[in-house]
Design a protein around this ligand. Structure first.
Ligand SMILES: Nc1ncnc2c1ncn2[C@@H]1O[C@H](COP(=O)(O)OP(=O)(O)OP(=O)(O)O)[C@@H](O)[C@H]1O
Ligand SMILES: [Mg+2]
Length: 206
């Protein structure tokens, strides 16, 4: 059973070839790690899996109704908004089709739990743009993990984290996969590769 898959996916930006005939099958209850040197196409592949871009050749398949949560590598646009940490995490509960509604008690509990798990509860009233890099990354991870998704696509989610926070996040991701979710990470971290049920190493030149 597959929840999302890339089949013979080829992608180029204008004339720059990035991915060539990439195959990836992502199953529920699994951790997949995508590695490769800078520029090898990890972020591009996650965008394609999330449906934010379309392959030039090949296909992206998603199980009907699968909910996908993406934590992009580059997230600076959100700093333009005067959001607090609490606001930022709450945004994760407003997924497509559930935008114009009030947050329920379940939503508030999920937000509180994610903030507790990521060690940012004490920062609730701080502005996103006033955080350290690691605090900010933990906030955006909480925003992603608070979504009830079937697939979590996380682009270098622990790159700014200290060792203990990184281990904590690894535990949370393994827990999520054991609960049935598919977790896909782009990473340069060997500790993350060892978490994986499956890994995909993208070649340096497509
Ligand atoms: N919007 C864009 N327009 C044109 N080229 C792009 C664009 N985004 C990425 N590229 C190019 O596509 C290639 C793959 O980029 P991508 O960001 O997917 O790599 P990556 O593996 O995630 O790298 P990193 O480890 O640095 O995050 C690079 O050569 C990059 O310069
Ligand atoms: Mg990248």
């Amino acid at each position: 059973m597959v929840v999302v898959a890339a089949e013979r996916v080829t992608f180029r930006y204008a004339d720059v070839p990035v991915l060539r005939a990439v195959d990836l099958r992502v199953e529920p209850a699994s951790v997949t790690v995508v590695t490769g040197t800078n520029g090898s196409g990890k972020s591009t592949l996650l965008h394609l899996l999330a449906g934010l871009a379309t392959p030039d050749e090949g296909h992206i398949r998603r199980r009907a109704g699968a909910r996908v949560a993406l934590l992009p590598q580059r997230t600076s646009d959100i700093d333009a908004l005067p959001l607090t940490v609490l606001d930022s995490v709450r945004i994760g509960r407003f997924t497509p089709g559930r935008l114009l509604r009030r947050l329920t008690r379940t939503d508030h509990a999920a937000v509180a739990s994610a903030m507790e798990q990521l060690g940012i509860a004490h920062l609730a009233r701080r502005r996103l743009r006033e955080l350290s890099g690691g605090q900010r990354q933990r906030t955006l991870l909480a925003q992603t993990l608070v979504q009830d998704a079937d697939v979590y696509l996380l682009d270098e989610p622990t790159a700014a984290l200290d060792v203990r926070s990184r281990q904590r996040v690894h535990e949370l991701l393994v827990e999520r996969s054991r609960a049935g979710a598919a977790v896909v990470l782009a990473s340069h971290d060997q500790a993350e590769v060892s978490l994986a049920d499956r890994s995909l190493d993208l070649p340096a030149h497509a």
